[in-house]
Design a protein around this ligand. Sequence first.
Ligand code: CP
Length: 308
Amino acid sequence: ITHLLSAADLDRDTATLLLDTARQLGAALSGREVKKLPTLRGRTVVNLFYEDSTRTRVSFEAAAKRLSADVVNFSAKGSSVSKGESLKDTAWTLQAMGADAVVIRHPASGAAHRLAQWVDGHVLNAGDGTHEHPTQALLDAYTMRERMGRLEGLRVAIVGDVLHSRVARSNVLLLNTLGAEVTLVAPPTLLPVGVESWPAGVEYDFDAVLPKTDVVMMLRVQRERMTDSFFPSVREYSRRYGLDVRRAGLLPDDALVMHPGPMVRGMEIAPEVADSPRSAIVEQVANGVLVRMAALYLLLSGEKGAGE
Ligand code: CP
């Protein structure tokens, strides 16, 4: 693959190769005192972030550095974007500075695809609007496979603000490709138009879904993408769609609790559940570095000039 833009572009073999490579890279690093491999020495990875991020930005930076690439971090805040410079001109500027790969997060759906048409290097989508977040889906699938031992036939419930969630869309696509059965649980107002055509079931009764679930993935309600009048009351939302201690008790004993972060504790998830042994939320973050290493490695390491 040339770019990593969408989970829809990943067939079963490619997705499995990414997950297996992440595992191998983790094993290669675990024995080392210095957590670094020389694979991408001499390559430059640009992190181009037009939207806030903690996990994705930091883990792409850590991933590139662990492969010995040079990293340039670009944040739209404090750049010439505030003077009106377009994405296209910004992209050309970064390319002129020698970017081999550009990791982009942008509020507009489709921005990563546009960028891929404008630059010669590899483009990795780190979240475009409400569209896709493919490396999040890969790290989620990796975490499920590590903890549950399989993805085939795994029953995954994705719960909450599906309407605004690029994480939900990428997860539905990737998990379906990898053989899991996905159920979306959300209020009707927080489901996208056309959700019937997604390869996932839709349910409204969270309590009824929980006993039939191997993995429950909670989503944040994305207030920043809503008008105030549309925002549900925290109390009402939490009562119907929050994963509190009582609800977590309805899950099978070995079920896994996940959340892509950032969490709003007390709204979509209770602190006691987020911090419980069945929660994989911290592992998701750690696995994000391995999966992003795998993506950079597979995109960049075959090129002339990359290190051994
Ligand atoms: N999960 C995720 O994308 O988190 P950030 O917004 O902090 O990168």
